[in-house]
Design a protein around this ligand. Structure first.
Ligand code: MN
Length: 502
């Protein structure tokens, strides 16, 4: 898996027109180069920013959009109107653009030079109305996009661009991306189902099913030397439980887990997959439910969904791309059990085994315990706690006529006491605005029990992402009330029914 986003680029495209003459256009060009270079250097911008010559005609705009479409590592455009750029010139280009763009509404100078300002200055620095003309055509064309307002050199503006670019990078990776499913859905479960053809049309990734036997074949082919190398890594990275150490009674069980990890990794690498699912109802030929293997693959950037949940697997993958290089981890998650004490209701999140150690805080223990489900031998798993801080849960559901992205920020808090008898990774959080409203709104929104959980990604990344994907975005946060969200959901039903005609 790729560990940074610097092989990707965004194009910095400045709009203008012929009217102003050579000298002004040269100045526009110089200013645009300076802004593009500053953004390229910014620590808040995760991809390369590539300056493109100022566009002053419909032909030039159309050409640059076509080039963006066919340039493999270009994830989208940052557009800026230094001067006025009559927006009928942008119609053909924007209609043909198949990648997202963000509208940077800034101007080169931060301050008005009160003492020296004259009409030449005014004519050079027209973003205030040039950006509005450009904005109109985006709205007239009904193109979803982000508008970032403020001076380009300020951290706030660069951070907002950086957030959008992280979402755009994830969106870029989804196009042509591949999700592998080992076995099908957990029988009778509804929310993890969905239309894979609709998803490929909407999202760009494909979902391919495999018999678990295909995976078992790869696992059985793993060399002993590879297993031994992994066992050494485990010893180095984790606090391994005594019974799983050399000579311990569960040593062989851990060796089977290592064999499984290597076999799964080989399968995913050779098939070019970036996310995958398993299901405990289909483990034929596997000695144990893959726990440790899934956890370690997630830590390396793979998306994962349990019980055949390919939508969550793809979402976790996208969130991991967004989080590249940021502090805080990202994991597959499930709202497992509640603490309903009136002094502070909270959620304990976990799964049977498959929580990503990228969110681990403190000691990560490698343990082997029985599992009361699946009827297999005792699986190995990493057990850990998660540090306090802001987090977010997100879920994508197939609502029949559209996909919905549901997002709920939370505060990760310590457990009230140590959990000595709980042999799984776990995280405790208080959802915004509180559990009563958050869980009520989540359920009314049809939100899944599986989520992508992150302490690096924010609601802003996910909102930007939903706009690129062209799907419904429902946010549950400090401003949410049950009455308001009921109305929002009803209005959205109408919007998404009617919007196809706009
Ligand atoms: Mn589950």
């Amino acid at each position: 898996m790729r560990k940074d986003l610097k092989e990707l680029e965004v194009w910095f495209v400045t709009g203008s027109q012929h009217l102003y003459g050579e000298e002004t256009l040269k100045q526009v060009d110089r200013d645009s180069r300076e802004i593009a270079a500053a953004l390229d250097r910014s620590g808040d911008i995760p991809v390369r920013v590539v300056f493109k010559p100022v566009v002053i005609s419909p032909e030039a705009i159309h050409t640059i959009c076509q080039q963006a479409n066919t340039t493999g590592n270009c994830i989208g455009l940052i557009t800026w109107m230094h001067t006025f750029s009559p927006a009928k010139m942008w119609i053909a280009g924007l209609k043909s653009l198949s990648k997202p763009f963000v509208h940077l509404h800034t101007q080169f100078n931060r301050d008005i030079p009160w003492d020296s300002i004259d009409m030449d200055f005014m004519n050079l620095n027209q973003s205030a109305h040039g950006g509005r003309e450009f904005g109109f055509i985006g709205s007239r064309l009904r193109i979803e996009r982000k508008v970032v307002v403020g001076h380009w050199a300020t951290p706030m503006v660069q951070q907002k661009l950086g957030t959008w670019l992280r979402a755009a990078a994830a969106w870029h990776r989804w196009q042509g991306g591949r999700v592998a499913r080992f076995g099908d859905n957990m029988r009778e479960v509804a929310v993890t189902e969905g239309n894979k053809v609709s998803a490929q049309i909407q999202f760009g990734y494909s979902v391919s099913g495999y018999g678990v036997g295909d995976l078992v074949e790869r696992i059985n082919a793993v060399a002993e030397s590879d297993i031994n190398a992994l066992m050494e890594q485990y010893e180095a990275e984790y606090e391994v439980a005594p019974e799983a150490r050399k000579g311990g009674a569960l040593r062989d069980t851990l060796k089977e887990a290592a064999r499984m990890e290597k076999g799964m990794r080989n399968f995913l690498e050779e098939g070019g997959f970036s996310a995958f699912t398993t299901t405990f109802e289909d483990l034929h030929g596997l000695t144990q439910l893959p726990g440790l293997a899934v956890q370690r693959l997630m830590a390396d950037g793979y998306g994962f969904g349990a019980e055949g949940d390919w939508k969550t697997a793809a979402l976790v993958w996208a969130m991991k791309v967004m989080a590249t290089g940021l502090k805080g981890g990202t994991s597959f998650m499930e709202d497992y059990t509640y603490h309903l004490h009136p002094d502070g209701m909270k959620v304990l999140g976990a799964h049977m085994l498959e929580v990503c150690p990228s969110i681990s805080h403190g000691k990560t223990r490698l343990e082997v315990h029985p599992l009361g489900i699946g009827g297999k031998s005792d699986p190995a798993r990493l057990v850990f706690d998660v540090a306090s801080g802001p987090g977010v849960n997100a879920s994508i559901m197939d609502m029949g006529n559209r996909f919905r992205l549901l997002v709920n920020p939370c505060d990760v808090v310590p457990a009230d006491a140590p959990l000595p008898k709980l042999p799984v990774a776990r995280v405790v959080w208080q959802p915004h605005p509180n559990l009563e409203v958050a869980a009520g709104a989540w359920i009314l929104s049809g939100g899944a029990h599986h989520t992508g959980f992150s302490m690096a990604v924010t609601k802003e990344h996910l909102e930007d992402f939903s706009e690129m994907a062209g799907i419904e975005y429902v946010l549950i946060d400090q401003d949410t009330s049950i009455a308001a969200i009921k109305k929002e959901l009803r209005w959205n039903e109408l919007y998404y029914h009617l919007a196809k005609g706009l």
